[in-house]
Design a protein around this ligand. Structure first.
Ligand code: DGJ
Length: 342
């Protein structure tokens, strides 16, 4: 094994290149600076450890990006990890932003599930606000609650605030979206995932207001909402547990809809199964027009910490977002429209 490392280092390959076929237990990859995204391969942080941030989302603060995601053991959920990066390729581990509580009475007692964490910044309160899908310890996916935590800094520590069913609705897979005017929304799978709903958040982002509507009833989860050209786009997945399925794209003129279906945004080989992944977030790339990164998880239910990250550029064909597979790519992709595969 030592020889493999030496050979890779000798070739100057970036982390996550050829190691993909090796077992994930093989930690401490060579600390080479990465200059490309390699969807589905092993991604290491700047300490050489595998990045453990699943079902995640990003937040940009100044010139730094923060990546929040589920910290997973083989199956166990161990809280929310946070990483930071200035270039989106190289990620520094900043620690556990929100650990499970050691208090057995807490909603987030160790053994609970904290899935799909997303963090937004509230300009009025100066707080970083995290929402996540919370399942209470020992209850499987029955509780179906949204959990909220706050922090003064993007790296935390986050303080758990509350958990609830927004306006009484079950709330499982979820995303957050902040509009240009600072209004924030919680988009979530409700009614056993048959309904997709959207609730406007309170001014402090700590709770859902009664402005809460059904978007559509199509048995969808994994919502990722983004906006461009005055239109709102929503990517969702079907509901097949950890198994991949077909993605859906919807468009609207307002977060509350009406949402018009645009079909499957994925194109090319393995598109019908979202390239083996499930949506989690769409990142607007700072300083680049119409540059968005689609982020998905390729879940590995046998070893959840070894679930892989699929980050792919969103392309616009006839004004409509589409996503195709690339083995490796860099942000330069957004500078060269002619080089784009579509
Ligand atoms: C699919 C969801 O999108 C995931 O976040 C997770 O809850 C799994 N289902 C559990 O089966």
């Amino acid at each position: 094994m030592q020889r493999v490392f030496l050979v890779l280092a000798g070739l100057g390959l970036s982390v996550g290149t050829t190691l993909a076929k090796l077992p994930a237990t093989l930690s401490n990859a060579p600390k080479t600076k990465s200059t490309a995204f390699r969807p589905g391969e092993l991604w290491y942080d700047t300490d050489g450890n595998l990045i453990n941030a699943h079902g995640g989302g990003l937040l940009q603060v100044g010139n730094t990006y923060y990546w929040y995601g589920e910290k997973r053991a083989q199956h166990q959920e161990e809280g929310v990890n946070v990483y930071s990066s200035k270039d989106l390729y190289n990620w520094k581990y900043e620690g556990v932003a929100l650990p499970p509580s050691q208090d057995a009475q807490s909603d987030i007692a160790a053994g609970c599930l904290m899935e799909r964490p997303k963090v937004i910044y509230n300009k009025k309160t100066g707080k970083y606000v995290m929402w996540f899908h919370l399942e209470l310890k020992g209850q499987g996916y029955k509780a179906a609650r949204a959990g909220v935590a706050v922090a003064d800094k993007p790296t935390g520590p986050f303080k758990y605030v509350n958990s609830f069913r927004p306006n009484g609705n079950m709330s499982r897979d979820m995303g957050l979206f902040v509009d240009d005017d600072g209004t924030a929304y919680h988009v979530y799978s409700a009614r056993e995932n048959y309904d997709l709903r959207l609730a406007r958040l309170s001014a402090d982002y700590l709770t859902a207001t009664p402005q809460d509507s059904l978007l559509f009833s199509k048995h969808q989860e994994a919502p990722a909402l983004f906006k461009t050209g005055g239109k709102y786009y929503l990517i969702t997945s079907g509901c097949t547990g950890w198994d991949p399925n077909q993605a859906s794209l919807h468009v609207a003129d307002h977060p509350f809809g009406p949402w018009k279906p645009l079909g499957d945004p994925m194109t090319g080989p393995n598109a019908k199964l979202t390239f083996g992944g499930q949506s989690t977030y769409v990142l607007p790339v700072a300083g680049k027009k119409d540059a968005f990164i689609f982020m998905a998880d390729r879940w590995n239910p046998k070893d959840l910490k070894d679930s892989r990250y699929l980050w792919l550029p969103v392309q616009f064909k006839d004004g409509q977002p589409t996503i195709g597979w690339l083995d490796h790519w860099s942000l330069n992709f957004f500078n060269k429209p002619s080089a784009r595969p579509l």
